[in-house]
Design a protein around this ligand. Structure first.
Ligand SMILES: NC(=O)c1ccc[n+]([C@@H]2O[C@H](COP(=O)([O-])OP(=O)(O)OC[C@H]3O[C@@H](n4cnc5c(N)ncnc54)[C@H](O)[C@@H]3O)[C@@H](O)[C@H]2O)c1
Length: 448
């Protein structure tokens, strides 16, 4: 029987053993999804702590319940290893390693390259390799394919082994759309690769969207995240415009969003954060520069989004100025340092840029985050304030950077002497509150 048919049979019978390389925000939910679909899954990670957690049946990612990992580990359907040699007993390997930017904001695909080169040492006939990390069009066929064929010594793609790209679309912190019920886009290198990969994902994920090539799948993911980055950039620019016009941007955007068609709501904020939205469009922009084309929307949106921390620091300065205080020596309490609501992820978090700028200006920084107990940044070792009420009392100005749903915003606003709210937590627009000497609140004007 041809290798393709053998692999298809194993997939349909849930006898294919699946390996997931990189057990992070993407890899762990994917491994659990395959495990829950009945496959035996082994996760491979260079992080010994993550490997230990999984083998002890514990999760380290908010979106993945301990109980699920525990159950799968107990049933023998989920295990982890730091050793790629486990691949010799696997039929499928999915690559979910990071794709960050380098110092010059060019793509750093070294994690993908390293993972592909190690996988290639264990590639054997009848295996499916799926790349899930977000990357520029061409990575699967130009970077992964030659490494697989070279190392495997004469294996032919589409005949001896199978290769596809299928981007991960998970939105951390989200409960309604998960790895399982979010449609999975996928493009195979050959029709046989496509067939095998469609069968695998179809066995674990509710809906598979097949496109004609890995490049089309790679570009689909970059379009999605570029769409968000550009629209958030527009919302941020609307904020800058409204500020100059003396209008409340949130009020205007919420009003525009009442139109039942032709408008999609995006909100301004402290800037872009996370491993995806600020990063992925740069992969496309870089790729286009190699082809002599400037991706203008991406560059413009990036300029606006990256300027937002300066805008908010100016707002802190203005707010303090209103009460006759300089930034230097003032205590600024930052509430919510994670890059977005209800996550603990600090990667590219705009709060970090805001903290750096305020620290440079001589502010004393304190913070509170329901999901981030401690972190280090710009030489500061910070711990979330043990008592939010006391921290509010001690702060000359409060800056809200992430609007976690566990906070009582009414109370936080009323307990703040001075407030700069980058998330408009009291919709449609948050106001600057200044408490008078006598303790009664008085509104001192719109901050943004
Ligand atoms: N986080 C998201 O919201 C999200 C959403 C969609 C797509 N993506 C994309 O998915 C990919 C992974 O992102 P993530 O957020 O899961 O990253 P992550 O940093 O949370 O996890 C990556 C994991 O890979 C491991 N790793 C690194 N190099 C390795 C190697 N050579 N071998 C084995 N393990 C290795 C790391 O230890 C880490 O546990 C990225 O390309 C990202 O752009 C992320």
């Amino acid at each position: 029987m041809a290798l393709k048919e053998q692999l298809l049979r194993k997939i349909f019978a849930r006898q294919a053993r699946v390996a997931v390389v990189g057990l992070g925000y993407v890899g762990l939910p994917l491994a659990v999804t395959f495990g829950e679909a009945g496959f035996e899954v082994v996760g491979i990670d260079i992080d010994a702590d993550k490997v230990r957690h999984i083998n002890e049946g514990r999760s380290y990612i908010e979106d993945v319940e301990d109980a699920k990992v525990g159950r799968l580990a107990q049933d023998g359907r989920l295990s982890a290893s730091a050793d790629y040699a486990v691949l010799t007993a696997c039929d499928v390997v999915s690559i979910c390693v990071p794709t960050p930017l380098g110092k010059t904001r060019a793509p750093d695909i070294s994690f993908i390259v390293r993972a592909a080169e190690t996988i290639a040492q264990y590639l054997h006939p009848g295996m499916l390799v799926a790349l899930e990390s977000t990357t520029f069009p061409g990575t699967t066929t130009e970077i992964i394919l030659p490494r697989c064929t070279r190392a495997a010594g004469g294996l032919t793609v589409g005949q001896d082994f199978f290769l596809c790209f299928s981007p991960e679309r998970v939105d951390p912190g989200r409960k309604d759309w998960t790895t399982k019920n979010t449609p999975k886009v996928m493009g195979g290198v050959t029709p046989a690769c496509q067939e095998v990969a469609a069968a695998l994902y179809g066995a674990a994920i509710d809906c598979v969207v097949q496109v004609s090539s890995p490049e089309a799948a790679e570009m689909t993911k970059l379009l999605e995240n570029t769409f968000r980055a550009v629209n958030i950039g527009l919302a941020n620019e609307v904020l800058l415009i409204c500020d100059k016009l003396g209008l409340n941007a949130w009020e205007v955007i919420e009003a525009a969003a009442t139109k039942p068609f032709g408008f999609m709501k995006f909100l301004p904020g402290p800037g872009l954060g996370g491993h995806c939205i600020p990063v992925d469009p740069q992969y496309l922009s870089w790729k286009m520069r190699t082809l002599g084309y400037t991706a203008r929307f991406i560059e413009l949106a990036s300029d606006v989004n990256r300027s937002m921390p300066w805008y908010w620091v100016r707002k802190v300065q203005d707010a303090l100025n209103e009460v006759g205080k300089p930034i230097r020596g003032s205590t600024i309490l930052v509430i919510g340092v994670a890059y977005k609501r209800d996550v603990s992820d600090l990667r590219e978090a705009p709060a970090l840029d805001i903290i750096s700028l305020l620290h440079d200006k001589g502010a004393h920084i304190t913070y509170h985050d329901l999901h981030v107990p401690a972190f280090e940044h710009v030489g500061l070792a910070l711990e979330s304030a043990p008592d939010l009420g006391m921290a509010l009392e001690a702060a000359d100005c409060v800056l809200i950077a992430a609007d976690h749903s566990g906070y009582d915003w009414e109370w936080i606003h009323s307990a703040s002497r001075l407030m700069v709210d980058t998330r408009a937590t009291l919709k449609p627009g948050a106001l600057s509150l200044a408490r008078s000497e006598g303790g009664a609140d008085r509104r001192s004007g719109v901050v943004f």
